[in-house]
Design a protein around this ligand. Structure first.
Ligand code: ADP
Length: 371
């Protein structure tokens, strides 16, 4: 079964077609500056390799859809319902799913939701202190995102260390344009930094992280700002961009600004690193100890400076980085010193393979049920 896995950005489309269950990548491609999704998607859908299913790294469809599902009207409606919780992400996937449905009539579309991996979080880690009505009627609770990435890291780290996932206490740090952390115990997510929306936890490139909700009400009331205006500011000019005054909040640009003497840029990374370190500490307690920390995503894989700052002074937890291993090399590798009790690793993200596997399992299960 050939599964096409698209990765939809606001103006880009990456994709690969994976043969399942062999996991052989048959083809892959990349379009930049996309203005007409339909045009690009028909090119991708009607290429040389026959497509048997399309699998999406879908984002948010609330409590009923923390899993992998064949896309139907109900799945589309649930993504619409949670559009306000993940506006940029859900809108692009709704557009993409409609375009693929037009381009490939009769080919099943599968949504592997980013929230699925966090379905194992205990109820006490999921709930917010709001009226229970908000939870029961409107699904206001922690969901967590980047599930495909954290799941991949959980499996890959166990493999790289040559240990079973059972018994492993791992902190997975997905640091990129969008960032989150996950406490992985026995291979399962028991806590994660993102919550009801992907606008929580760590600072993202241009989206805010954790924020006192009353600050939002305060600036809205004080300035007469509309919901759309506040949403724009919190999604486009906040996070690392907001703190550093570096438009876009790309860590490469922030590192350049630091080298050029920008105190705001330095502060932005200080805030980011401090938050990451707090989560490492919190998750070590949540898991009753710590065996490994893994860095992935554009920043996690590529910024030795940030990894070093995150791990500095954590000897009391058993973390000791090897400066040479951290500073050099590429690909999946160990960054901790030989005597470090906690293993530190850099791992290249591969969310697409998880999405392909989830979709394949979902379609196989459907075949079995249908008979
Ligand atoms: P997304 O979350 O959008 O999928 P990625 O995981 O690809 O993003 O990460 C993109 C981010 O990675 C960029 O915004 C940039 O901050 C960071 N990045 C990429 N390369 C480097 C590098 N060499 N050094 C520091 N940061 C980097």
């Amino acid at each position: 079964m050939n599964i096409l896995v698209p990765n939809l950005g606001s103006t880009s489309l990456k994709y690969r077609i994976v043969a399942m269950p062999s996991e052989e990548v048959l083809t892959k491609g990349h379009f930049e500056r996309v203005s007409d999704y339909d045009e690009v998607i028909s090119k991708v859908a009607l290429g040389e390799v026959k497509v048997d299913a399309v699998a999406f790294k879908a984002v948010h469809a609330g409590p009923k859809y923390q899993g992998t599902f064949v896309v139907d009207d109900a799945v589309m409606a649930a993504q619409e319902e949670f559009l306000g919780a993940a506006p940029a992400h859900n809108a692009i996937y709704l557009t993409g799913m409609r375009a693929f449905a037009r381009a490939l009539p009769g080919v099943p579309l599968v949504a592997a939701f980013e929230t699925e991996y966090h379905a194992t979080m205990p109820e006490y880690a999921v709930r917010y202190g709001v009226p229970s009505d908000w939870h029961d009627r409107f699904g206001v609770r922690r969901y967590g995102f980047h599930g495909a990435s954290h799941r991949f890291i959980a499996e890959r780290v166990a493999e790289l260390l040559g240990v079973p996932a059972e018994g492993l206490r791992l902190v997975s740090c997905h640091l990129g344009g969008s960032s989150s952390m996950c406490a992985v115990k026995d291979g399962r997510s028991i806590d994660t930094s993102m919550g009801f929306s992907p606008q929580s936890g760590l600072e993202n490139a241009a989206r805010h992280g954790d924020l006192d909700v009353f600050a939002v009400l305060y600036v809205m009331e004080r300035n007469g700002w509309t919901i759309d205006e506040v949403r724009r500011q919190l999604s486009r000019v906040s996070g690392l961009a907001g703190l550093s005054n570096v438009p876009g909040g790309d860590v490469r640009d922030i590192e350049k600004a630091i080298a050029g003497g920008s105190a705001a840029a330095r502060l932005a990374l200080d805030v980011f690193v401090y938050e990451i370190r707090k989560y490492i500490g919190a998750y070590a307690v949540a898991m009753g100890g710590l065996d490994a920390i893994a860095f992935t995503g554009g920043i996690g894989e590529n910024s030795p400076r940030l990894r070093a700052e995150c791990c500095a002074g954590l000897g009391f937890l058993g973390v000791e980085l090897d400066a040479a291993a951290n500073g050099n090399g590429s690909g999946d590798r160990l960054l901790s010193a030989p005597g470090s009790r906690v293993k530190v690793l850099a791992v290249a993200a591969n969310e697409e393979i998880i999405v392909a596997r989830r979709a394949y399992a979902c379609l196989q299960a459907r075949l079995t049920t249908v008979g």
